[in-house]
Design a protein around this ligand. Structure first.
Ligand SMILES: Nc1ncnc2c1ncn2[C@@H]1O[C@H](COP(=O)(O)OP(=O)(O)O)[C@@H](O)[C@H]1O
Ligand SMILES: [Mg+2]
Length: 413
């Protein structure tokens, strides 16, 4: 875990052990937990640990000159190869297979899952274990067909009459959020490992590992400054946010992830300059920290007293943020020349006649504070990393036109 830059979280270690033990006794297992609870991390770490142990044993045997084959003396730990599939990303037919008309004949076409499983079961004598990871929501449509595979018979029967039998080195691992729609038949056949999202606290794990990485990249004082900012700003906003109404329900971990991503994207453009005083720079990053925080954690809440006002108040009451007192904290961006907060409204020219030139009436877009700042955030995210963005808002607020505008203006290279 530490090698991966993660925090040594006791819960994840315990879950890895549970998963290992469960895997020893059953060939189908399910890792259940909310998004960002650490499900993927758990099996990835177990996989890495098994691979490492195998390598170690192999080297030891090699050294002792007794590198007998697996058949003579089996390895204690076997290496693991994985195949990941999201069953909900394709239709049921594409998953298991379907009949297709080819001229006057009907031919059977294997689906993705059937194909992958067949490939995995081919080389029976291989040393390694193979895990098929089914990462996606469980629903009655696709999971019921899997029941017979999860059973002791280990048989998958396709509609074509084809049967796939799992070999001893092939295991199934399901990764899903809940089993609300799974039948008792499914649930009773698989081993269950549950991960509680509360155990992966955002401050102790996500932020901590993020700051550690920053310490390596930018130095100790940089990391200290970030810690300070987390303590004096982020913690408070996260606490208040819990009491706010949201358009789309978000989880703490997801918000923290969008915060760190936005911050990273923004900061790409502002590395430490040579002629700059370190203190000035550290104060500058605090401003970006606050800006990124407002436009990740602070922007998913509803407007008005229920949401933005609460965040506004907590930021104004707490440690100084450097944001001028006029307007709200949502009204400011960071001016690159002055390296200080400036009103968005200053950025919009009063005279927008130029924008209307040669345009049909329905193509005219009047710039507003909202369009300007949304565009700023979306562009920052798009330009610097491959990041998924979810735009939410009631119909007619201009989501599509904004996206079209941005995509049209982005450099295709
Ligand atoms: N011990 C840890 N310390 C720091 N970050 C962690 C730790 N465990 C998991 N994470 C981070 O949490 C995030 C979510 O984990 P993930 O395994 O992808 O969740 P899931 O598969 O349940 O959606 C990842 O970004 C991962 O890096
Ligand atoms: Mg996952």
């Amino acid at each position: 875990m530490i090698r991966r830059g993660l925090v040594l979280n006791e819960n994840i270690v315990v879950k890895c052990m549970q998963l290992y033990e469960s895997k020893c006794t059953r060939h189908s297992n399910m890792v259940i937990g909310n998004t960002m609870a650490g499900k993927t991390t758990t099996w990835e770490i177990l996989q890495e640990a098994l691979n490492e142990s195998y390598k170690k044993e192999f080297a030891e045997r090699d050294k002792a000159g007794q590198n007998t084959t697996e058949k003579d003396k089996p390895y204690k730990y076997k290496p693991v190869k994985v195949q990941i599939l999201n069953p909900k990303a394709v239709s049921l037919q594409e998953l298991y297979g379907y009949e297709m008309k080819d001229g006057s004949n009907t031919v059977w076409k294997d689906g993705v899952l059937a194909r992958v499983l067949k490939d995995m079961c081919k080389a029976d004598d291989a040393i390694e274990n193979r895990w098929m990871i089914l990462d996606g929501p469980v629903d009655t449509l696709w999971i019921e067909t899997m029941n017979s595979v999860m059973d002791d018979s280990k048989l998958l029967t396709l509609d074509s009459g084809d049967r796939i039998k799992l070999t001893t080195n092939v295991r199934l691992l399901f990764e899903c959020e809940n089993l609300n729609v799974a039948s008792p038949a499914t649930v009773s056949r698989a081993g269950m490992i549950y991960l509680d999202i509360e155990e992966l606290h955002w401050r102790d794990s996500l932020i901590e590992s993020w700051i550690r990485k920053k310490k390596v990249d930018f130095g100790e004082d940089y990391a200290e400054k970030l810690k300070e900012c987390v303590h004096s700003h982020l913690q408070k906003v996260m606490d208040v946010k819990k009491t706010c109404k949201e358009l789309v329900v978000t989880s703490d971990s997801a918000l923290i992830r969008s915060f760190t991503r936005l911050y990273d994207c923004l900061m790409v453009n502002f590395p430490y300059g040579k002629n700059e005083e370190r203190d000035t720079y550290l104060n500058y990053i605090e401003k970006w920290f606050i800006f990124a925080m407002i436009w990740s954690v602070g922007c998913t809440v509803e407007g008005g007293e229920e949401g933005r006002l609460k965040i506004e108040n907590i930021l104004r009451d707490g440690a100084p943020t450097g944001i001028p007192m006029t307007g709200t904290v949502y009204d400011y961006f960071i001016d690159l020349e002055r390296k200080d907060f400036k009103l968005w409204s200053d950025k919009i020219s009063g005279d927008q006649k130029g924008l209307f030139k040669d345009k049909k009436f329905h193509e005219i877009q009047v710039e507003t504070i909202d369009s300007k700042r949304n565009r700023y955030v979306v562009e920052a995210l798009l330009k610097n990393e491959k990041i998924e963005i979810l735009l939410i808002g009631r119909s007619g607020v201009g989501k599509t036109s904004m996206v079209e505008n941005i995509l049209r203006s982005i450099d295709t290279n």
